[in-house]
Design a protein around this ligand. Structure first.
Ligand code: ADP
Ligand code: 5GP
Length: 189
């Protein structure tokens, strides 16, 4: 199925770990409850407070690979030692009902969506500076030193790719960034 604009619109938000994607998306859904946020599958362990089916579907690697083989993911990628993927069916179902759908995914996944769904709108969320990004990842207090290191290395690669995106929004003030994201998505604010 081609995910096109005559159905609901598909929007992708990408940006380095710790930039504030999760915080921004939460804010956005509060003011735009008609938007449907895809719940991804991952092989990483739940963080404190994360709930199965709300934050992620937490899967064993074997089950994840079965779903990959069955073409159950719209896109999937490895990130900092774990696998992440967007379940295909719910996205297609919501789009076919005309609902705007949001994916919050990393760079490789965004590239796959760009290839397969060229009409999807792609937003890159950038930090005000790399130092501030590191402060946010550390301040979140959820990752080991090794995971932080992997995430910072990957963040540099992701930042270099920001010009591939339809819009680049800097998350300095969260409310302002959220307003700008809604505007670029063509939503009424
Ligand atoms: P991501 O989902 O991109 O990994 P999070 O939403 O988990 O990022 O945010 C990482 C940390 O940065 C959290 O502690 C969050 O409260 C904080 N944060 C998010 N946006 C801002 C902002 N605009 N200014 C300061 N801190 C922020
Ligand atoms: P975290 O472990 O911090 O929740 O997520 C790590 C990274 O994986 C983030 O950049 C997040 O956007 C990305 N991610 C979450 N779900 C998916 C997904 O379904 N596909 C892809 N490609 N990336 C995802």
């Amino acid at each position: 199925m081609k995910l096109s604009t005559d159905l609901g619109r598909l929007t992708v938000i990408t940006g380095p770990s710790g930039v504030g994607k999760g915080s921004l998306v939460k804010e956005l859904l509060r003011s735009q409850p008609q938007v449907w946020l895809s719940v991804s599958a991952t092989t990483r362990s739940p963080r404190e407070g994360e709930k199965e089916g709300r934050d992620y579907f937490f899967l064993q690697k074997e089950r994840f690979l079965e779903l990959v083989a069955a073409k159950g993911f719209l896109e999937w990628a490895e990130f900092a030692g774990n696998s992440y993927g967007t379940p295909r069916k719910p996205v297609e179902d919501h789009l076919s009902k005309g609902q705007p759908v949001l994916l919050e995914i990393e760079l490789e996944g965004a590239r796959q969506v760009r290839k397969n769904s060229p009409n999807a709108f792609q937003i890159f969320l950038a930090p005000p500076s790399f130092d501030e990004l590191e402060r946010r990842i550390r301040g979140r207090g959820t990752d080991s030193e090794e995971a932080i290191h992997k995430r910072l290395t990957r963040a540099r690669e992701e930042l270099n790719a920001k010009n591939e995106f339809d819009a680049v929004i800097i998350n300095d003030d969260l409310q302002l960034a959220c307003y700008q994201v809604q505007k670029t998505m063509g939503l009424n604010v």
